[in-house]
Design a protein around this ligand. Sequence first.
Ligand code: ACO
Length: 325
Amino acid sequence: MAVIRSVIRGVGAHLPKRIMTNDDISKIVDTTDEWIVERSGIRQRHIAGDDELTSTLGIAAAHKALVRAGIDPTDIDLVICATATPDKTFPATAVKIQAGLGITRGCAFDVQAVCSGFVYALTIADNFLKAGQAKRAVVVGAETFSRILDWTDRATCVLFGDGAGAVVLEAQPQHGTREDRGILATRIRSDGRYEDLLYVDGGPGSTKTVGHLRMNGREVFRHAIQKISGVMEEVLVMTGYAPDEIDLYIPHQANARILDGIAKKLNVSPDKIVMTLSKHGNTSAASIPLALNHAFEEHRVKEGSLVMLEAMGGGFTWGAVLARW
Ligand code: ACO
């Protein structure tokens, strides 16, 4: 039976110029390169300059994805930006990205699911395309997390960084089988009871300030492995694939120990898990497309590759997407 699938036509990424190493951070807070690498796997992060906004990074990443896809921006009728660090409270950063790419038709909006934002945005775009409400979408994950970090809190400021990644999706007729190209299954979840474990202590509607990120790292760690494994298992059941049939896992890049824990729980070989966090830290909604872009440039993702994307973030929110490149 013919069905419409959202086929990934291109991927791109962009990181700010300035790099901050663990040694640089040890001059600001009481920490060491050894502690950060051992507990998180992170060696450096990129920090946006004053002239680099979330939209600036997002536009650069989306532009690269469109060039790789060979699709003109004027053929895009949906732009979704996953971000927790928008340029302004409003308008949506997606609208700025839309304008920056020279797109004047269709619609653009932001999705706020923190580190799960890219998985949420892909799921929404997939549903728009399958419903015939759009034909070609740019889905961006872009963040300037450095702006909401408490640079006196060594337990959090060492973990995050800035960056952006994007994919171009196109609605294409496929056969309706699990061998199809495109997004095969999605599952997104949330549970607001866990707000206190990972949040920002400000906002326009409460404190009238931007606020700073607060986290109970140990508790987040405990939930992450269990929740992410659970949602990936659901997506595998939906498509009938076994964990070892997936060619590549492209996880949210939060912490090397979380990724190792998930690999063990699903009994997946660690070499199938793309890990880029040593180079850019946790970039929240940007980290999956950054890792996907890296895997594409290393020729680890090619036509026919079966890729699993997964994330968990503040809320809690979590989710997984299975797609064939
Ligand atoms: N440098 C040196 N020491 C530090 C630092 C630092 N940067 N940060 C904390 N410490 C100290 C603490 O003060 C504590 O000292 P104490 O024992 O004297 O009190 C000690 O290290 C241990 O602290 P813990 O918080 O228990 O350290 P833990 O082993 O849990 O590691 C970490 C902390 C890395 C945050 C870990 O809990 C973790 O990875 N959690 C997951 C959080 C995460 O990845 N969040 C990302 C956002 S959510 C997501 O994306 C999934």
